[in-house]
Design a protein around this ligand. Structure first.
Ligand code: HEC
Ligand code: HEC
Ligand code: HEC
Ligand code: HEC
Ligand code: HEC
Ligand code: HEC
Ligand code: HEC
Ligand code: HEC
Length: 428
């Protein structure tokens, strides 16, 4: 504590001796030591403090009093880019850069309360990834929200901006957990995670190997992230197997990407393309797969690792058989007029991208339109199909069977039974 105080006073002295902008920075620290001491403390612990990257370099010098604080700039990733161009450029090429845009492409987003989107809890809390366009920022500000302007601090938390923190798998946990993407839970309770925690506790030698999220997804300091299958677990071209191809087509229809009547691509496909939600050719899929396999071979025999990944592909195809059967069961209810097309749906067909269980209704209206069988279908896709295949890739037996595959069979059974009841009631 004493050393830090000493350095701080030497630092302040240097600043006092320096020119005007530095003088402004000193005022920032002086006042903020009282206003928000925790922030100053964090900044002092950062490499930025050691390198004279002061408050005003990121926040500007326009705000100088307790009243005019809204004049302070909230720095976007471009401010970071002025000194960290390499990381900025690779971040820009990766999937994280699409977080905000893909969120806003989903109809459900615009039906949810603003607090959950622009406010940064719910969807927006995790999808605040990606460089925002001026238009996106204006839209946010018009709703009265002005924070969440920076993605870099999602892993390098402000104001310590630490490399070590971002290298800790905990840095991914806040977002990569839960309902539709429990990667944290799967990895941390897998053999890979067990090894990591044993090592951390000193129960394995320091040099023991244990892959983290970063080992497999952000290798060698890259900020460009992308996987072969992606989140939706669909891709083109269609598989050679006829049944598998038909099942994939059924799922693509329920994603709204193919027109259920004609089988032709829709405008939603363009949205999917724009944010690279799925790989649309063999080569771009294979490129990611080959990279991943190479990472596995740091610690495993190539044949062993390849077989593990191929099992993930195979279980996805089998999960799609169950999924397609469920979609077809519900689609028949639409076709026969037993379920009426909800307002937000693109076609008279089930729609999986509702991301919630309210049939496309906004949160404050139309909730009576809720159809329970549609909710079951969304749950089967978003929660259980995700687990069934993601768990293979994250080497987690419990998620693969009990929380994934087994729950899908339960959903399918429930959907079929319910469809029967709905038909019987319609006849009365
Ligand atoms: C005289 C005291 C004082 C000085 C000097 C000062 N600040 Fe502040 N600053 C405040 C207060 C008070 C707030 C508002 C806190 C609150 O919302 O309650 C604030 C808020 C902020 C915010 C948040 C802005 C927002 O939109 O919420 C930033 C960023 C900031 N200050 C940075 C700086 C920087 C950089 C400097 C130096 C150029 C500086 N401050 C100088 C008192 C000061
Ligand atoms: C390397 C760039 C950088 C530096 C240096 C920096 N900040 Fe920030 N600061 C940020 C970012 C990024 C945000 C988040 C902006 C947002 O949410 O839109 C932020 C947010 C803030 C906020 C508003 C959010 C809150 O939690 O209250 C305050 C106040 C603030 N900074 C004060 C300071 C002070 C005081 C210093 C100097 C001790 C400082 N900052 C140095 C990048 C920086
Ligand atoms: C004016 C230049 C400048 C700006 C702007 C800047 N940084 Fe830095 N940053 C530095 C310097 C200098 C270092 C220390 C680099 C070194 O010694 O390797 C550093 C280090 C870092 C580190 C590594 C810390 C560690 O623990 O090794 C991270 C992460 C980082 N900055 C993130 C950011 C982010 C995020 C922003 C924007 C919010 C930002 N920086 C803005 C100059 C800057
Ligand atoms: C806890 C954090 C979190 C919340 C809350 C969240 N998401 Fe996500 N979302 C993610 C993560 C992480 C991914 C990537 C997961 C993966 O690939 O397995 C993702 C993926 C997506 C994708 C696919 C993006 C792509 O290109 O593949 C969409 C669309 C999406 N989310 C929309 C939403 C909507 C709409 C909401 C709110 C109803 C929401 N998310 C809530 C973290 C979250
Ligand atoms: C998804 C998490 C994540 C995000 C978001 C993120 N980083 Fe990083 N960053 C990391 C990881 C992990 C490392 C450590 C890489 C390594 O081990 O070399 C790192 C390292 C760094 C370093 C230190 C480089 C070095 O070797 O000294 C800088 C600087 C940096 N990031 C800047 C940024 C900037 C700027 C942004 C925003 C454009 C950003 N990061 C966004 C995870 C992230
Ligand atoms: C603030 C929330 C957040 C944090 C923290 C975060 N991510 Fe993400 N991640 C997301 C979102 C949101 C997406 C989906 C982006 C999109 O819409 O394309 C995503 C996508 C991904 C993908 C791409 C999956 C695909 O579609 O191919 C990988 C891999 C990934 N993240 C790994 C990581 C790792 C590793 C870390 C920690 C170092 C991390 N993420 C930290 C929110 C986060
Ligand atoms: C041993 C390597 C490895 C580790 C460790 C690992 N992953 Fe993965 N991850 C994979 C593989 C393999 C895939 C599937 C790639 C494909 O589509 O071919 C994947 C896929 C993903 C996806 C896309 C959707 C999915 O789940 O299939 C996200 C997001 C993701 N991982 C995040 C994480 C996060 C966050 C962590 C840490 C909590 C993590 N991963 C740990 C290997 C790993
Ligand atoms: C940094 C080293 C490292 C990397 C990279 C790595 N693993 Fe592992 N993996 C291990 C260790 C160590 C074990 C435990 C000993 C063993 O089973 O070989 C393990 C175990 C496994 C197991 C057996 C799990 C069990 O419950 O018995 C599978 C399957 C596996 N890894 C698959 C993969 C795949 C697939 C990849 C690439 C996506 C990968 N690993 C990447 C180190 C690694």
């Amino acid at each position: 504590m004493k050393t830090r105080a000493f350095f701080l006073s030497v630092f302040s002295l240097l600043l006092l001796l320096a020119a005007a902008p530095a003088g402004a920075a000193d005022k920032c620290i002086e006042c903020h030591t009282t206003v928000s001491p925790g922030q100053v403390q964090d900044w002092q612990a950062s490499m930025h403090a050691d390198n004279d990257v002061t408050c005003s370099i990121c926040h500007g010098t326009k705000h100088t009093t307790a009243e005019d604080y809204r004049k302070a700039e909230l720095p976007s990733e471009r401010v970071c880019a002025s000194c960290h161009e390499e990381q900025f450029n690779s971040f820009q090429k990766g999937k994280h850069n699409f977080g905000w845009t893909s969120l806003n492409a989903i109809p459900a987003t615009h039906m949810a309360p603003d607090e959950l989107i622009e406010g940064g809890r719910g969807c927006g809390g995790c999808h605040n990834m990606g460089i925002k366009t001026e238009q996106q920022k204006t839209a946010q500000r018009e709703k009265g929200y002005r924070y969440q302007t920076n993605s870099c601090d999602e892993c390098h938390t402000r104001h310590t901006f630490s490399k070590k923190e971002a290298s800790n798998p905990r840095a991914c946990q806040q977002c990569h957990m839960g309902y539709d993407h429990p990667q944290w839970e799967m990895w941390s309770s897998s053999k890979h995670g067990e090894r990591y925690f044993a090592k951390l506790a000193g129960d394995l030698p320091k040099d023991a190997v244990a892959p983290t999220c970063q080992t497999c997804h952000l290798p060698d300091g890259t900020h460009e992230n992308s996987t072969a299958w992606g989140f939706l677990g669909v891709r083109l071209p269609l598989p050679a197997d006829k049944q598998q191809a038909a099942d994939r087509v059924t799922i693509l229809k329920a994603l709204g990407v193919l027109d259920p009547e004609t089988g032709k691509p829709t405008a939603i496909l363009d949205a999917v393309k724009a944010v690279k939600m799925a790989k649309l050719d063999q080569a771009s899929w294979q490129k990611e797969r080959d990279k991943m396999l190479k990472t596995c071979t740091q610690c495993h025999a190539e044949d062993y690792a390849r077989k593990q990944l191929e099992m993930g592909d195979a279980i996805l195809a089998k999960a799609d058989r169950l999924m397609a059967e469920a979609i077809e069961t519900v689609a028949a209810l639409y076709k026969d007029g037993i379920i009426r097309k909800p307002a937000g749906y693109p076609h008279n067909y089930p729609f999986l991208l509702t991301f919630m269980h309210t049939n496309g209704a906004a949160w404050d209206q139309d909730l009576d339109k809720l159809s329970y069988i549609d909710q079951l279908l969304v749950q089967m896709y978003m929660k259980h199909r995700m687990r069934a295949y993601q768990a293979f890739f994250h080497v987690n037996p419990d998620y693969a069977y009990w929380y994934g595959w087994n729950m899908m069979t339960e959903d399918l059974g429930e959907i079929k039974a319910l469809a029967k009841t709905m038909r019987a009631e319609q006849k009365k």
